[in-house]
Design a protein around this ligand. Structure first.
Ligand SMILES: [Zn+2]
Length: 945
């Protein structure tokens, strides 16, 4: 960001702070967290090492490179990304597939924990969640980083094999937005390489490049002076530092080596209006940018930069509040609009104030004008004091949440911070320092200062540096506006007389004093030692389960459940069931309309939402310790005083209509719809959500169903899991939950149809813009819900995934990825084991992929490879140890215990430890023998012969 004028203003504002720190009128510097060791070797290699113990006993390793696709020449487009792939295919100390073998042996999963990304100006590799119990494994991880930095083998045959994988990745990623981007970016970046350097590159280069070109690119750019090593976790900092020094001591940089030069983005005096269309685009999106020079890295060191950041955050918060409210008006041309400030699309050398708008059908020009008008409204009048207050409260509330949670900042969060510090000089004060600074600074920034930035710097009203892009649909009957028309529509706003915004707020408590319920009582209290929770019975019959944890200092998860759910409603309500929770979210509560409620909740971290599952009604939510009473009030109001809000309902239905109207254009949607329909044997209860569904939805009926389901608190179980203060919570429970109305009679549940039985094949062909092929394979069988079966389903899926990745992706190059998931599903009291494999295939090799999918299952139901089981075990033990320290894990299993009496936590770790190849093979064999196998296959029309 760059705010010349603003800097002066900020300097005045902060002068009192500055005076305390320094005598001159200079910005005090932003401190750098003392708990991270930062160093730089003579050859230019930067490193960041931090001891951190959350999550416990694991560490993350990164290498960040200051280079990406922008460094490519025209004949190298795609090589930066190609190279990233080669980092996993052989290096000095980890030849061939030794890297994957090593990481799997320590429970590090390829894809989830071991991965990399290439973007336009950076390439970052990571090994995450490495168990720290073996120091040698940690040293090996640093050795991997070393190999990535300059020890890749780049063998010709491995390069040949990888071409297909990248081609697959490109094919998989080709959607309407990507196709439009490729056409638009050269026009949005005239005179700059940014327009021609999307990282996926050109397939002509990927398919045909000489391996030597790849090696040359590697040696030219991958050098210590362009790299940073980042290590965060339960590690010995000094030891890591020594290992880094030893490993890189011989790496030299040629003094004449190529320099990384920032690619500029020229200003445009004339506005750019660019429209591109695509046949699979389901609805339009307008992007409006007002460009300006980005803040230089060296300008990000003083507290003025933090203030800028703060102002910009507040501005986008306030702007979004306005557009959300505007979208609820029936005559509003857009269904959604939002604003933000940051990098201009891809480029770090240019920033922009960006507006996004999604038009209603036929309202493209009106939407472009409307978002421009909102920007001009702010430019002319600024934001109002009440908007500013809400945004400030929300900002401080979020910051406080981070501060409260300061001892549970994850390795990944720190890793990302240090990466951004290295690549962009983003400040890295400790959270304590940031919190203290902002607490001092924020009250000193008046609304006038924020408005001034907006009016003088961010929002323009001329053609200069204005860029408007329209990602448009292309279908019969739809008339695309011309670029000329869009330009005219936007420019016409400049001569309009725009009125100031009026902020309507309700300044009253959520529950008025006279409406405060008469508190009930806690009448009984028991303890469950095994699962570690307290259970209260209340005077109205409701049960409350409280499990106190400290996994996150700032988190309290909440849930209330009772038997009932969608199963109680028949065909007449199928459509209402589909949109139940969405429609309920548009309601108001008590005296508050939906918009008023949203405004009232700014600055509070508390939310509650209503849901129906097939067998239960559920109220879910979460909060932080300071807002616990607000959460309880929301619970109370959801049970007793939901307020119909017609305006909000119409607005959400309008939004859904835009999204649904052309959803059939997307091949991915066609595939997932077909999969759902097939799995549930075409039962209308599970029909996909389409534009037809909307006709059967009735707001009054949904509100009535909500009333039916949530009127008898006595049949509900309420759960609180997290870091609450019990002495605070108990009286609130008596006040807001024990006081809820209840009836004697409890509801049961009604069985609903489940998955289709037997062998079912649904194979279909489809015309697509970029030919794609997909397969879904599902096997299922009834089983008892036990820790053993749950572990077996998961382990079997992980073993199969390894088999498929090797056979289908690596050896046959017939797919870019294969995902396999195994789980136990409970439906009422019946439980089924479910194994689900999804494979986006190369259309030309679909037959091969399908054969291999079947073969993997058949082979492994006979015999499972022991080495794979050992690796899966390591991964599962590690995942278990992480999961057991989350509130969600306990919420889930306590809930299971409450309804079924089964303690599925007990024995779970033992079940993982006792996994054997024989047990997994036997499980798969039973699954195959059950005969329940669903196959859904989508192929491009070209495959039909
Ligand atoms: Zn890739």
């Amino acid at each position: 960001m760059k705010f010349k004028r603003f800097m002066m203003l900020a300097a005045l504002l902060v002068s009192s702070v500055a005076a305390m720190v320094a005598q001159e009128m200079q910005m005090p510097p932003i401190p750098i967290d003392k708990n991270v060791k930062i160093g730089k070797l003579d050859n230019g290699l930067t490193y960041y090492i931090r001891k951190n113990n959350w999550p416990e006993n694991v560490a993350n390793f990164y290498i960040a490179q200051r280079v990406g696709s922008i460094q490519e020449n025209e004949d190298q487009r795609g090589l930066a990304h190609f190279l990233e792939h080669m980092a996993f295919n052989g290096s000095e100390h980890f030849p061939d597939s030794a890297l994957l073998d090593f990481t799997r042996s320590i429970g590090v999963d390829f894809g989830r924990d071991l991965n990399a990304y290439t973007s336009i100006d950076q390439t970052v590799y990571r090994i995450c969640d490495v168990p720290t119990k073996r120091v040698t494994a940690l040293d090996s991880c640093i050795l991997v980083l070393k190999d990535w930095s300059n020890g890749l083998t780049l063998k010709g045959e491995e390069i040949e094999k990888e071409r297909g994988v990248i081609h697959q990745e490109w094919q998989l990623g080709e959607g309407p937005v990507q196709r439009i981007q490729q056409k638009l970016f050269p026009r949005l970046y005239p005179g700059s390489k940014y327009g021609e350097r999307l990282p996926i590159g050109l397939m002509s280069v990927v398919d045909g490049c000489n391996p030597q070109v790849l090696r040359d690119y590697y040696h030219k750019w991958y050098r210590p002076d362009n790299q940073a090593i980042i290590i965060v976790g339960d590690v010995d900092v000094d030891h890591c530092e020594q290992v880094i020094k030893d490993l890189w001591k011989d790496s030299k940089v040629d003094p004449n080596a190529a320099k990384v030069i920032d690619e500029p983005v020229p200003d445009n005096a004339e506005a750019i209006f660019a429209i591109e269309k695509d046949k699979e685009m389901q609805y339009g999106q307008i992007l409006m940018c007002m460009k300006q020079d980005a803040t230089k890295p060296e300008e990000k060191v003083g507290v003025d930069y933090l203030i800028q950041d703060y102002c910009v955050d507040l501005i986008s918060l306030m702007f979004d509040m306005r557009t959300q409210e505007a979208a609820q008006k029936p005559d509003c041309p857009f269904v959604y609009a939002s604003a933000s400030y940051g990098e201009y699309l891809l480029s770090k050398t240019k920033d922009a104030f960006m507006l996004v708008g999604v038009p209603k059908e036929g309202k493209d020009l009106e939407t472009a004008a409307a978002i421009y008008r909102e920007a001009q409204r702010v430019k002319q009048y600024g934001f109002t004091p009440s908007e500013f207050d809400r945004a400030k409260q929300e900002y401080m509330s979020r910051l406080e949440k981070q501060f409260t949670n300061r001892n549970k900042i994850t390795n990944a969060d720190y890793g990302n911070q240090y990466r951004d510090h290295f690549l962009a000089n983003e400040p890295i004060p400790s959270i304590e320092e940031r919190y203290e600074l902002m607490k001092q600074l924020a009250p000193m920034i008046p609304l006038d200062a924020v408005n001034e930035i907006l009016q003088k710097q961010l929002i323009s009203n001329t053609d200069s540096n204005l860029v408007v892009a329209f990602f448009a649909p292309d279908r019969e009957g739809y008339v695309l506006p011309t670029e000329q028309q869009m330009g005219d529509a936007v420019r016409a706003v400049r001569s309009e007389k725009i009125e100031a915004y009026v902020d309507n707020v309700k300044n009253e408590p959520l529950i008025a004093p006279e409406a405060m319920p008469k508190a009930g009582k806690i009448v009984k209290e028991t303890e469950n030692k095994e699962l570690g929770y307290k259970e209260l019975t209340l005077s109205n019959g409701a049960r409350v389960i409280m499990k106190k944890t400290d996994y996150k200092d700032d988190e309290i998860q909440f849930q209330a459940m009772a038997k009932g759910g969608k199963g109680l409603y028949g065909a007449a309500d199928y459509d209402n069931m589909q949109l139940f929770s969405t429609v309920m979210e548009t309601s108001g509560l008590g005296n508050f309309s939906n918009t008023e409620l949203q405004k009232a909740l700014y600055g509070k971290q508390a939310n509650v939402s209503m849901n129906l599952d097939n067998y239960y009604e559920v109220l879910g939510g979460h909060t932080v310790p300071k807002d616990i009473e607000t959460l309880l009030q929301l619970i109370y109001l959801n049970f007793t005083n939901v307020k119909k809000d017609e305006e909000a309902y119409k607005s959400i239905m309008g939004q859904i209509e835009v999204v649904l109207k052309n959803r059939h254009l997307s091949p991915e949607t066609a595939f997932s719809d077909s999969a759902a329909v097939t799995m549930y044997n075409h039962h209308p209860r599970y029909a996909p959500l389409t534009i037809e569904t909307l006709k059967g939805v009735n707001q009054d009926r949904i509100l009535q169903i909500a009333k039916e389901r949530f009127s008898n608190a006595g049949e509900f179980v309420f759960y609180f899991v997290g870091n609450y203060d019990e002495a605070t919570l108990r009286p609130l429970i008596e006040q807001y939950i024990a006081s809820l109305p209840s009836k004697k009679k409890a509801t049961g549940w009604k069985e609903v149809p489940s998955f289709v039985n037997g062998k079912v094949l649904n194979k279909f062909y489809r015309k697509m813009e970029s030919p794609k092929a997909s397969a879904l394979e599902v096997w299922h069988m009834p089983v008892e819900y036990t820790p053993e079966n749950e572990v077996l389903a998961d382990a079997a899926a992980q073993v199969l995934m390894m088999v498929y990745l090797k056979d289908i992706r690596e050896d046959a190059s017939a797919a870019y990825s294969v995902g396999v998931q195994g789980s136990i599903r409970r439906m009422g009291l019946k439980t089924e084991a479910l194994l689900l494999a999804q494979c986006p295939m190369d259309p030309k090799k679909a037959d091969t992929a399908l054969k291999l999918l079947a073969k993997g299952m058949a082979d492994n139901s006979q015999r499972v490879d022991d080495e794979k089981v050992q690796k899966v075990k390591e991964t599962m033990l590690k995942t278990y140890d992480e999961q057991v320290k989350t509130n969600g894990f306990w919420m889930n299993y306590i809930d299971e215990y409450v309804w079924t009496g089964k303690n599925l936590v007990k024995g779970q770790r033992e079940a993982i430890e006792s996994l054997t190849p024989q047990k997994i093979a036997a499980f798969l064999k039973k699954l195959v023998a059950s005969g329940n196998h669903v196959e859904v296959i989508m192929l491009p029309e070209e495959n039909k012969q």
